[in-house]
Design a protein around this ligand. Structure first.
Ligand SMILES: *Cc1c(COP(=O)(O)O)cnc(C)c1O
Length: 381
């Protein structure tokens, strides 16, 4: 099946009972049993719910995986993956990372006994040097948040496997339309479906896909035992979002490319981070590993202090100042103050997250309007 067909049909069959074309939203906590233990595969909705099952099948199909699992949020999915490990084990993690993932690792799992090293995963030699005898997981975000660095998935999978570790890829920014890590050797793919998969800024949900039966069984156990599951309405919203994923990602990418090119020529902009620009350090890798460069663009403006940005924010008409990303509407975020505030200032600066760094989630509006909006606001700097 080709991609646009897959996006529309993944996980959804007409309902056998009524013929309903969309999967019904099964608002039920429990299911009648004919006799104790005799049932239709559903006992209790923390364990299974038919709307969630449809979404989990869709997620697996999109990632070219055997198994899919849905969670209450992207971080709940991440938490489940980290629960595969035991205290004393070691994890290598991309240095440029979603702030909440960093917080979960440092503030929850580190006190619980896991060890983390944050390294530049765009560089396989740096990753190789970070392995220890008790390293069990390599966690990679690519493209990364907020600097959109691209890490070589196939090379990292090989490295992880040589050292007896598993590779997990946070595929939130790329989505399965742009990149399929499992096909490149990754063991686990994690998503914040809150972003592009849902696509409409109206739901919080997380997902995991894997081909590994043992990992799947353990994750399925954790999903039920911990209980961070999404409700049926949330599953429905993501299922609906997925149907237009391919179309949306094309438009997000097309708009982002135009905006990145515009920003690259603007005198008030000192640097643009976008995998679709030839100046991007992993431009060729992105070309090879991703179908399109995606809808996220980060750039640095020339300012002396964040105060100077006040007029810039108030001049924006279409871009909404907000956290999150991946919806149809364009958003702008100030990582140092918003999404990445939980990373200590010295570490943030060392990573390249300066006070002048801005991150765009480019929506599916008309590119000309978006560029005019940014142009007007940049004039206020
Ligand atoms: C948002 C996000 C998460 C966390 O997902 P939630 O659904 O907000 O819990 C994880 N990784 C990345 C890259 C994200 O953008």
């Amino acid at each position: 099946m080709k991609w646009h067909t897959l996006a529309v049909h993944a996980g959804t069959e007409p309902d056998p009972l009524t013929g309903a074309v969309m999967v019904p939203v099964y608002f039920t906590s429990t299911y009648a049993q004919e006799a104790p233990g005799i049932h239709k595969g559903y006992e209790y909705s923390r364990t299974h719910n038919p709307t969630r099952t449809a979404l989990e099948m869709a997620l697996a199909q999109l990632e070219g995986a055997k198994y899919g699992l849905a969670f209450a949020s992207g971080l709940a999915a991440t938490e489940a993956v980290l629960h595969l490990l035991a205290p004393g084990q070691h994890v290598i993690v991309s240095r440029d990372l979603y702030g909440g993932t960093y917080r979960l690792m440092r503030k929850v799992f580190e006190t619980w006994g896991l060890q983390f090293d944050f390294v530049d995963t765009t560089d396989p030699a740096a990753v190789e040097a970070a392995f220890r005898p008790h390293t069990r997981l390599l966690w990679v975000e690519t493209p990364s948040n907020p600097l959109l660095f691209v890490s070589p998935i196939a090379a990292l999978a090989e490295l992880a496997h040589t050292h007896g570790a598993k590779l997990a890829v946070d595929n939130t920014f790329a989505t399965p339309y742009l990149q399929n890590p499992i096909e490149m050797g990754a063991d686990i793919v994690v998503h914040s479906a809150t972003k592009y998969l849902g696509g409409h800024s109206d739901v919080i949900l997380g997902a995991i896909a894997t081909n590994d039966e043992e990992i799947y069984q353990r994750l399925r156990f954790i999903q039920n035992a911990v209980g961070a599951v999404p409700g049926p309405m949330d599953c429905f919203l993501v299922l609906r979002g997925i149907k237009t994923l391919a179309l949306r990602m094309q438009k997000h990418s097309e708009n982002a490319q135009k905006i990145a090119e515009f920003l690259a020529t603007h005198p008030k902009v000192s640097r643009v981070y976008y995998p679709g620009l030839p100046t991007h350090p992993q431009y060729l890798l992105a070309k090879q590993q991703m179908r399109l460069p995606g809808g996220m663009v980060s750039f640095e403006v020339k300012i002396a202090s964040t105060e100077e940005l006040r007029a810039f924010w108030s001049a924006l008409q279409i871009f909404t100042l907000a956290e999150s990303l991946g919806g149809v509407e364009s958003l702008i975020n100030h990582p140092a103050v918003m999404t990445h505030a939980s990373i200590p200032p010295e570490e943030r600066l060392a990573l390249g997250i300066t006070d002048g760094l801005l991150r765009l989630s480019v929506g599916i509006e008309d590119a000309d309007d978006l560029i005019a909006d940014l142009k007007g606001a940049l004039q206020r700097l």
